[in-house]
Design a protein around this ligand. Structure first.
Ligand SMILES: [Zn+2]
Length: 291
């Protein structure tokens, strides 16, 4: 993909309750995720950014007013599944039920169709590609669930970096993964720079380099964050509930997270996932016209 001008990058947020989504799927969702999401809404207002909020169905059920608030403040509302259980542990029927339940709740609140999806913990792997057909049948037209790099927990090694189209028997789904960098000067390693724990791990200069590098290649930078990333005190609050071996990993680098995102938002033009796709469609139709 070349020459999209001006480049629009995407800011996206997966709205979930940290403890329920990461440690106990049967735990109730806590109102602190409302507080944390409002921190992000106020943060984005400072930079005049309207992003995409992938909202978990359980959160929409518990706090429908939060979905309304996100939507009325001009952000795009899309689906993050219902229970946060991994897709690659579900049957197609279970996944369909989750998608329909979440889609209906979000659509009832916003009055707009749900057409975008991000899987909990990027849990679509090569064995669970059936999920794309289910998505299409449920009205989903774009997805951001594939992590284009294999880690110990998720991801698909060598998957297309940036935009691609996934064909299913039901129809096509546009795939827009979170950003990774191909480090040709560093043994050809692929490095994740799109958000979450990687924002906590990497210094600001490296993330800014990633934004510049992808931008220079005409590729949008796709950020993903969680509401609790914007509340450095939350990890201390629930520290005692987190297994000891995950405390260091969960606590590392939380204080500077917000500053790092702010640096990126100041350096680029950020919008929603749909805006990025719109630019790609415009670019594609220009290419067709000129060829
Ligand atoms: Zn999630």
């Amino acid at each position: 993909m070349k020459g999209i001008n001006p480049i629009v990058h995407a800011f996206s947020l997966d709205i979930e309750d940290w403890y329920q989504s990461s440690f106990d799927f049967n735990a109730p969702v806590n109102e602190v995720c409302v507080h944390n999401t409002r921190l992000v809404l106020d943060f984005l207002l400072q930079y005049n950014v309207k992003g995409t909020f992938f909202i978990q169905g359980l959160v929409a059920k518990a706090f429908p007013y939060l979905v309304k608030e996100v939507h009325s403040r001009g952000h795009e509302v899309q689906s993050h599944g219902y229970s946060h259980r991994p897709i690659n542990n579900m049957t197609p029927g279970e996944f369909k039920e989750e998608l329909e339940e979440t889609g209906k709740r979000l659509e009832d609140i916003t009055g707009e169709p749900v057409t975008g999806f991000r899987a909990p913990d990027f849990s679509i792997d090569k064995e669970s590609f059936w999920a794309f057909e289910v998505m299409y049948e449920c009205g989903i037209r774009y997805d951001s669930s594939i992590f284009p790099l294999k880690t110990s927990r998720y991801g698909i090694a060598g998957f297309t970096r940036g935009y691609s189209i996934i064909k299913t028997l039901a129809g096509e789904i546009e795939e827009l993964p979170v950003s990774v960098l191909d480090m040709t000067w560093f043994c050809g390693f692929r490095v994740p720079v799109g958000g979450g724990g990687y924002f906590r791990l990497f210094p600001s200069w490296f993330l800014n380099y990633g934004l510049r590098k992808l931008g220079s290649q005409g590729e949008p930078f796709i950020i993903y964050c969680h509401p609790y990333d914007f509340n450095p005190r939350e990890w201390q609050r629930i520290l005692k509930r987190v297994p000891w071996h995950r405390r260091l990993h969960q606590g590392l680098g939380r204080r500077r997270f917000q500053e790092k995102v702010a640096e990126l938002l100041k350096r680029g033009t950020f919008g929603s996932m749909s805006e990025v796709l719109q630019r790609i469609h415009e670019e594609t139709s220009q290419d067709k016209t000129s060829s």
